[in-house]
Design a protein around this ligand. Structure first.
Ligand SMILES: Cc1cc2nc3c(=O)[nH]c(=O)nc-3n(C[C@H](O)[C@H](O)[C@H](O)COP(=O)(O)OP(=O)(O)OC[C@H]3O[C@@H](n4cnc5c(N)ncnc54)[C@H](O)[C@@H]3O)c2cc1C
Length: 380
């Protein structure tokens, strides 16, 4: 019979939930703790591809689909070649990640997988977890569901949707250089917006080609389709191709104060915890760091969410999102400056929230413009 009381319940077997469960289950400190993961989804489909950068070898190398050390950035006027130096950009299929983490966790007898939908959390002496099928109790809940207020109070905070659709295409001819991925190609913008193509070449005949927007609004699926087809034909000069898989998503790049929804007994994790970097939409590596910090906090008997956010970077993201919101057409210029004027090492350290104030100043100088000055004062 399935237990109903646990020390820790993790709601959501996604990126954050699985990474947290893996870290808890690998640490002897927690070996007497009973842990449950609740998700309504069996996670048996490949719902996304995660990409991230890191130096040298990493902990997911056994499931990395493809990696690159070179990238390219295009506008109509200019092409910038980016050499990653000590960094490598790596991609992982979400399904490989789910399988790998589950296979490691399933070996532990203190972790339980439950298929159910969480409807409500009630903070009593313990946290009562009301699900569709059953009710469970935990001393602490780690929750991947977005707070309801995020959907209600959208207008109160700056929200840029990073929304996209991608095709994994197969060609008959050699159409891609598998050594170089395309970070951003602005040569086929949608109106005057921050919209670009991102390409991950997996072989010389296979690639993920994704049309991405960083905009306050969203578009219909047919708009992505027509832009993708046009780009593949006109910019990649590919006449014939098969679509093997598609990927669609919308990552909130926002100033919403997710951290306010943490309590003594409930910690919001993943996107719901604000772990997606507001200015980029990347969260894979951030998740690793936040999980490590939670483990330390638990061992030190602190609130698990203590010191998870760095306010300095939150402030930078606020300014950046304000510019993108107010002057969305400036996106290509901003990213061009970012990649052209800064060393890749400085940029990655900045995006990883590891940069020094001096490095941050040099990044700010590269973006120095009236738009940023206005946004700076509005944010203050
Ligand atoms: C298509 C796509 C591509 C992305 N690519 C990248 C990338 O390349 N690099 C990067 O760094 N970031 C990327 N991101 C951003 C971010 O890394 C992912 O969104 C990541 O999955 C967020 O992790 P998470 O754990 O918060 O959410 P998820 O991984 O979505 O997990 C949440 C889980 O909670 C479950 N759940 C939700 N509600 C309930 C409920 N009521 N009861 C039970 N279970 C529930 C869901 O079924 C899901 O399994 C991408 C996002 C998307 C959508």
């Amino acid at each position: 019979m399935i237990k109903s009381h646990f020390d820790y319940v993790i709601v959501g077997n996604g990126l954050a939930g699985l990474q947290l469960a893996l870290a808890l289950s690998n640490d002897d400190f927690f070996k007497r703790k009973q842990i449950a993961l609740i998700d309504f989804d069996y996670k048996i489909n490949n719902d996304k591809t995660w990409s991230f950068w890191e130096k040298g070898n990493g902990k997911w190398d056994n499931i990395v689909l493809q990696s690159w050390t070179k990238s390219v950035f295009h506008t109509n006027e200019q092409t910038i070649n980016i050499n990653f130096e000590e960094y490598t950009y790596k991609s992982i299929r979400a399904l490989d990640f789910y399988k790998e983490v589950k296979s490691q966790i399933e070996k532990k007898d203190n972790v339980n997988f439950i298929i159910d939908e969480v409807i409500q959390l009630l903070e009593e002496q313990k946290v009562k977890i009301i699900c569709n099928e059953n009710t469970y109790y935990a001393d602490h809940v780690f929750d991947s569901r977005l707070p309801k207020e995020f959907f209600i109070n959208k207008k109160k905070h700056t929200l840029i949707n990073q929304h996209f659709k991608g095709f994994i295409i197969q060609t008959e001819v050699h159409a891609f250089n598998s050594e170089v991925f395309t970070m951003m190609d602005y040569r086929m913008q949608y109106k005057e917006t921050t919209s670009f193509v991102y390409i991950l070449p997996l072989t010389s005949k296979r690639a993920l080609v994704e049309y991405t927007f960083f905009t306050p609004f969203t578009v219909e699926e047919k708009d992505y389709d027509s832009l993708l087809n046009k780009y593949i034909k006109e910019k990649l000069n590919i006449k014939q191709y098969d679509i093997l898989e598609t990927e669609m998503g919308n990552i909130p790049m926002t100033t919403f104060p997710f951290e306010k929804y943490n309590t003594n007994k409930i910690t919001k994790i993943g996107t719901a915890g604000g772990w997606v970097r507001g200015s980029t939409g990347y969260s894979f590596k951030h998740t690793e760091k936040k999980v490590s910090k939670i483990i330390i906090n638990l061992k030190e008997n602190k609130q698990p969410s203590a010191q998870l956010r760095n306010n300095r970077f939150k402030f930078y993201d606020k300014i950046f999102l304000k510019v993108l919101y107010d002057e969305n057409e400036k996106g290509p210029w901003i990213f061009k400056q970012f990649y052209k004027k800064n060393k890749i090492e400085t940029m990655f350290r900045f995006l990883d929230e590891e940069s020094s104030f001096k490095e941050e100043l040099s990044i700010m100088c590269s973006l120095f413009s009236w738009s940023f000055i206005k946004a700076f004062f509005k944010t203050l």
